[in-house]
Design a protein around this ligand. Structure first.
Ligand SMILES: Cc1ncc(COP(=O)(O)O)c(C=O)c1O
Length: 505
């Protein structure tokens, strides 16, 4: 096909078409070229983080990029243009100046792993069709449980479509442990059950309460100290209160690395209360679990080995490409007992191999994406020590930021003290607000500063960082570092950019 042009070719010419091999290889090489160009540019600081357009602009179509689906096939050249444009108008989450989300970075080995995963295009539900991936998952989960501190790495677990779902698993399994009859008879078989989680915890615990039929009113929010850590005395008071009302306290979620403040709840004190009142302890380490890989920082999760279940998202702090989240359960058999339906067409008991490796019936899903391979491959490529170095470096960068701004003119920290995780929460005060005493007008104006700066950042495409209000605190910036490409110069850049964009507000 040396003379071929993709303008005159359709996907029908590719494999499995007769003589499809060569056009397939050429087409894929073109795709690789697009991807490698994108990757090269992503790490180049002179490239923008994003080329922002409003939804209506993208929907209307820009320079030949048309999102509408067509009845007639498009040429392969147009397909390549579509690939290029899709990346062009997206956000470069691997850019060294992308700080917007807990998941960031572009790990090359992880990326290779994703490509291999899509090429294999299989399903995690049975050993029958995913023998290698199923074993990798088993081994990796065991290793993670060892790192959590469960003796011999014993227990159970599964990779799920994200921290929110992993947290939902924990609530499901807790309910099954204490009230297994709910599986068959529904919630009417149980008394009124109460879940506890802090006011700083991730909203997915409430969502699990709603989705699983507990009701959000039965998800009790616990008070936190000024750094966002749960106050154990408040937990005990609320357990007692629930019991006095005749309700049954079932489950406590302790957050290890809260979403906004990066706070670590005192797990040991919470574990004492869970033991005292016979409750399930879950640790949501979706964000902070990665710190277990660091000898320097893992003490922040001390007591995690007392948890009944743990959520840990390698796709956040460990830089594994989305998605990759594990739910670990200390007691074996609960996941299976809770979720299994024994579908005869899939989980035949009379297969020729050990069918305990058909792990699919532990899941609430049927088909399950292979999330393990990229993580396993990264672990092989970096070693445990490579993850440790990554975690330590990210925490050093956030310390650098904290030290830089804590006494700098125009900055106020949202809470005092060194960051526990990589979260650094701060207000930027434009000169017009400095020296103004705290009053409703100042608060109202300050509330608008972060969104305005963020909007300008996105429009100029230079960097991205998150903001939000929290409780009675008006909008502030939440800086997080999980991106392995970030350096001190990128932190400096962020500060310069905030000041450049915000000085006249
Ligand atoms: C503490 C915590 N738990 C759970 C989640 C949900 O994780 P996912 O987005 O993977 O569902 C998040 C997400 O930010 C989080 O910060």
């Amino acid at each position: 096909f040396p003379f071929c042009t993709f303008w005159s070719m359709l996907s029908l010419y590719l494999l499995p078409a007769k003589n499809g091999e060569e056009p397939t290889m050429q087409f894929l090489l073109e795709v690789v070229d697009i991807l490698t160009n994108y990757i090269r540019k992503t790490f180049d600081r002179s490239t923008k983080v994003l080329d922002f357009h409003h939804p209506h602009q993208l929907l209307e179509g820009i320079e030949g990029f048309n999102l509408e689906l067509s009845d007639q096939p498009e040429s392969l050249e147009q397909i390549l243009v579509d690939c290029r444009d899709t990346l062009k108008y997206g956000v470069r989450t691997g850019h060294p100046r992308f700080f917007n989300q807990l998941s960031s970075g572009l790990d090359i080995i992880g990326l290779a792993g994703e490509w291999l995963t899509s090429t294999a295009n299989t399903n995690m539900f049975t050993y029958e069709i995913a023998p290698v991936f199923v074993l990798m998952e088993q081994l990796t989960l065991k290793k993670m449980r060892e790192i959590v501190g469960w003796p011999g790495g014993e227990g159970d677990g599964i990779f799920s479509p994200g921290g929110a779902i992993s947290n939902m698993y924990s609530v499901m399994v807790a309910r099954y442990k204490y009230y297994p009859e709910v599986k068959t008879k529904g919630m009417s078989a149980a008394p009124r059950l109460i879940l506890f989680t802090s006011e700083h915890s991730h909203y997915s615990i409430k969502k699990a309460g709603a989705a699983l039929g507990f009701g959000v009113e039965n998800v009790i929010l616990l008070k936190c100290d000024e750094r966002g850590r749960v106050i154990p005395a408040d937990l005990e008071a609320k357990i007692i209160d629930a019991k006095q009302k005749g309700y049954v306290p079932l489950f406590v979620n302790a957050t290890a690395g809260s979403t906004v403040y990066g706070a670590f709840d005192p797990i040991n004190e919470i574990a004492d209360l869970c033991e005292k009142y016979n409750m399930w302890l879950h640790v949501d380490g979706a964000w902070g679990g990665g710190l277990l890989m660091s000898r320097k920082h893992r003490h922040k999760l001390s007591g995690i080995e007392r948890a009944n279940s743990v959520t840990w998202n390698p796709h956040k702090m460990m830089g594994v490409p989305l998605q990759c989240s594990a739910i670990l359960v200390r007691e074996k058999g609960l996941l299976q007992g809770c979720n299994q339906m024994c579908a005869g067409y899939l989980f035949q008991p009379d297969k020729q191999y050990d069918v305990t490796y058909d792990t699919g019936d532990k899941a609430i899903q049927c088909g399950r994406h292979v999330d393990i391979f990229k993580f396993w491959l990264m672990w092989k490529a970096k070693g445990t020590s490579g993850f440790e170095q990554h975690i330590n470096k990210c925490l050093e960068l956030s310390e650098y930021l904290y030290t830089k701004i804590k006494n700098r003119e125009g900055y106020e920290m949202v809470f005092q003290g060194e960051p526990q995780h990589t979260n650094v929460c701060f207000w930027y005060l434009p000169p017009s607000l400095r020296g103004m005493p705290d009053c409703p007008e100042r608060r109202e104006r300050l509330h608008k500063v972060a969104p305005k700066i963020k909007a300008m950042m996105m429009e100029s495409g230079t960097t991205m960082v998150g903001y939000q209000p929290q409780g009675d605190k008006v909008n502030f910036f939440r800086m997080v570092v999980s991106n392995p490409a970030a350096t001190k110069s990128d932190i400096d850049f962020l500060i310069e950019e905030i000041e450049r964009l915000g000085q006249d507000l």
